[in-house]
Design a protein around this ligand. Structure first.
Ligand SMILES: Cc1ncc(COP(=O)(O)O)c(C=O)c1O
Length: 425
């Protein structure tokens, strides 16, 4: 039944149906361990023959509610919640890629993910090649190797705000025989469902729109259950796993193999587990996600249009504007809205950018996006200040660039705050 509901209903009631006298709101199960009566039951848990909770590092009832709801909303078969968005991206790759193997990724990535791919995965022996997502399939194919294990990209690039050409990327992944992993953080499943557009796996920083209230850091990996792991490339999913008495994931779990393997191996060994309290807050966040995304998108577009006409603004980058290079992709892949993040250029450059940020009153100076409350950042003087001007330019951060994560306050108040801060800059 839940699969047939609209996403607004799934967000509120999906995959959580309490029985008589059970809590209407999925409660916080603040327990590390779970009690059992028989050695046989315990043995079943350890052999992965039974999905009951055993130890919170591997799974927890509050976290399961979050995992099942987000899997439903993304149209996947299963999900694995993690302690952060960074952990979700790392686990999504480590689950199918080991030292000596290779990943291809769009270059337009969140800075933390870029660093994971450019610095940390290579230290673990996994090389990543970056491709310009605007290039043709034939051009991007040149980056693939025999040992390439996946293709990675973001729905809405952060902070470039380019919209991914899903048709091109899913065709490329299919032709190269690898899964397409999509970071859907800035869009959320309300605005875009990558698994319906040819992606195989979705990751999120739940810290952003899923939480929506700036309370918790977390992440999640969702699997479509559709990728065929039985080619020679993914023996770790098909051949016996020594750490589980010779278990073969695909043979035993079919479409659930990828998520069960990620949980059994990476939650067990790395322990990047969300706290039950955070999962509780993500469940609350999901309940209102569709409503918030509508408002974020409306406010984002309204502010972008206002800024386009403002005499103190030299350029505006918002994928919902007709002037944006991704506008046709936005209409095709994000018809319900282009989310709440925009960037613009302030006349007067770096100095004016600092003054603007400091003059904002309603909009807070915060290193964050996806919050119900509006946030502003001048990257050149904050997140990217250690870089030289040339390095900043290479990473897409111009001295005049201001990033706003437009919240869900009334648009008139947001515009009034931006106008007074522009006047003060
Ligand atoms: C698109 C995107 N992916 C991943 C992350 C990393 O998420 P977290 O901060 O939850 O680790 C972020 C954080 O800003 C992000 O914007």
């Amino acid at each position: 039944m839940d699969q047939n509901w609209k996403i607004e209903t799934q967000a509120v009631q999906g995959n959580y149906a309490p029985k008589a006298a059970e809590p209407r709101t999925a409660a916080i199960c603040q327990s590390t361990t779970f009690k059992y009566d028989s050695a046989e039951h315990m043995a079943q848990l350890f052999d992965l023959d039974c999905a009951d909770p055993m130890y919170t590092r591997l799974g927890n009832p509050t976290t399961s509610v979050f995992e099942e709801k987000i899997a439903l909303m993304e149209g996947g078969v299963a999900a694995l919640a993690t302690s952060s968005g960074q952990a979700a991206s790392a686990v999504s790759i480590l689950n199918i890629c080991k030292a000596g193997q290779h990943v291809v990724s769009a270059s337009t990535l969140y800075g933390g993910t870029y660093s994971l791919f450019a610095n940390t995965l290579p230290k673990m022996g996994i090389e990543v090649s970056f491709v310009d997502p605007e290039n043709s399939i034939d051009e991007m194919k040149k980056a693939f190797r025999a040992d390439t294990r996946c293709l990675f990209a973001e729905t809405i690039g952060n902070p470039g705000l380019n919209i991914l050409d899903f048709e091109k990327f899913s065709a490329l992944a299919k032709e190269m025989g690898v899964p397409l992993i999509i970071d859907n953080t800035l869009a959320s499943p309300f605005l875009c469902r990558p698994l319906e557009l040819g992606a195989d796996i979705v990751v999120h920083s739940a810290t952003k729109y899923i939480d929506g209230h700036g309370t918790s850091v977390g992440g999640v990996v969702v699997d479509s259950g559709k990728f065929n792991w039985t080619s020679d490339r993914y023996p770790e999913l098909c051949e016996p796993d020594k750490s589980y008495h010779g278990l073969r994931y695909v043979e035993k779990f079919g479409p659930l193999a990828y998520i069960i393997k990620a949980r059994a191996q990476y939650m067990r060994d790395l322990g990047v587990t969300p706290a039950p309290q955070n999962s509780f807050l993500f469940n609350h966040g999901l309940t209102t996600l569709p409503l918030r995304m509508e408002r974020h998108s409306f406010n984002g577009l309204s502010l972008a249009k206002h800024l386009e006409k403002h005499s103190k603004v030299s350029w505006v980058n918002y994928p919902g504007l007709e002037s944006h290079p991704s506008f046709s992709a936005t209409q095709k892949y994000l018809p319900k809205g282009a989310s709440g993040v925009l960037t613009f250029g302030i006349k007067g450059g770096r100095e004016a950018g600092i003054k603007f940020m400091e003059a904002c009153k309603l909009i807070a100076m915060v290193v964050h996006v996806g919050d119900a409350r509006s946030c502003v950042l001048h990257p050149a003087s904050t997140t990217h200040r250690q870089l030289s001007e040339a390095e900043q330019k290479a990473s897409g951060v111009a001295p005049d660039l201001i990033r706003v994560s437009v919240g869900i306050e009334h648009i008139d108040d947001i515009i009034a705050d931006v106008d007074q801060a522009l006047a003060a800059s």
